[in-house]
Design a protein around this ligand. Sequence first.
Ligand code: ZN
Length: 431
Amino acid sequence: MAETLFLGRTLSFHRRPEGAEDVGAFDYHETGAVHVKDGRILATGDAAELRRAAPKAKVVDHRPHLICAGFIDTHLHFPQVQVLASWGKDLLDWLNTYTFVEEQRFADMAHCEAMATGFYDGLLNNGTTTGVAYGSVHASSAEAMFAEAERRGMCMIGGKVMMDCHAPEALCDTAQTGYDDSLALIARWHGKGRLAYAITPRFALTSSPAQLEAAGALCAAHPECYMQTHVSENVDEIARAKALYPDAPDYVGIYERYGLLGERALLGHAIHLEPREIEVLAETGAKPVFCPTSNLFLGSGLYDDAGLRARGIHGGIATDIGGGTSYSMLQTLNEGYKVLQLRGQQMHPYQAFDWITRGNAEALGLAREIGTLEAGSAADMVVLDARATPEMALRADRIGTLAEELFLLMIMGDDRAVVQTYVAGAGQKGA
Ligand SMILES: [Zn+2]
């Protein structure tokens, strides 16, 4: 494949910034370029130097826009693309009234395939190049999700949901079929292209002890796979979990007991954690995932980012479509900023942009593969324009620093600010 030089202002983080002054946490080139060959980044740096080093490379000129690593969404639901923006009282009401009805449609492969197209178009239009997604209970949902990601050359993580109780009959597997279907999907998709499997018990409320035991057996047999579930999102949900598992010390303790926690475990929400639960996350390396638009939409509560980081727990941040209300990781930062404000915590724009790129990659153990513009990484990139709308351009006239530009992008920006998204060096928007 031909070599390409992408010209623009390049921004890539190599560690989490400590605050506004910590400009050593990232590389920024005002007249920068990214040199790409065969879907991989060969170098990122000063454009003049890279042009001298690669005189025959094709040039794609994105000046004066900003080139960052593609965004990573660490928690979202593929079968909820048509549930997003459904009116509901709270988590359990919303699940029963809309989600558990909608997900039944994913028994039909043709429906799964049609939805997969819209799902990935939505992610890529918003600059998201990697997602960690839940399917429905049906193996067909995971099949469609992986097949379409493979076709687009994307790095995706996902799995079929395991749920065998307290849900409509049509949405229930059994401990045995959930295990068998997951095992077959792991064999078929894990490690194929850029895909990885996540063992996916939905949450303690819809899995019997036998099913959580089966999920634990899958985790033990396949430590190379991820594990994703939900925890401590809503106070009624927590009470139900404790009532269903009265012998567990707390909600996290349920998953702990069945061997589901480890470095590759992702726990959606993790809002109302008790001190012992936080200790367990710190000890096991399991990652909480902050889903701000969803937490506000469902009135679930306010995530304690600073409290968790003080214990050395660096979680992910995600949209949680369709409890979440936007595909945009920029809008996710916007709402995340406000949630943390209500907790008396500040998210600096450097930290915010690190989080949705390198930080989320680190939470997935993939920071050498995605999340930065460093040599050797996949050329998954997003090109951003802080003047995308007349209102943004008006505001941009009064900014003078990179931090101000990033903050404008995360507060006012959405898919309109995404000029182009690249997966392994191939442009996705308008393709
Ligand atoms: Zn979720």
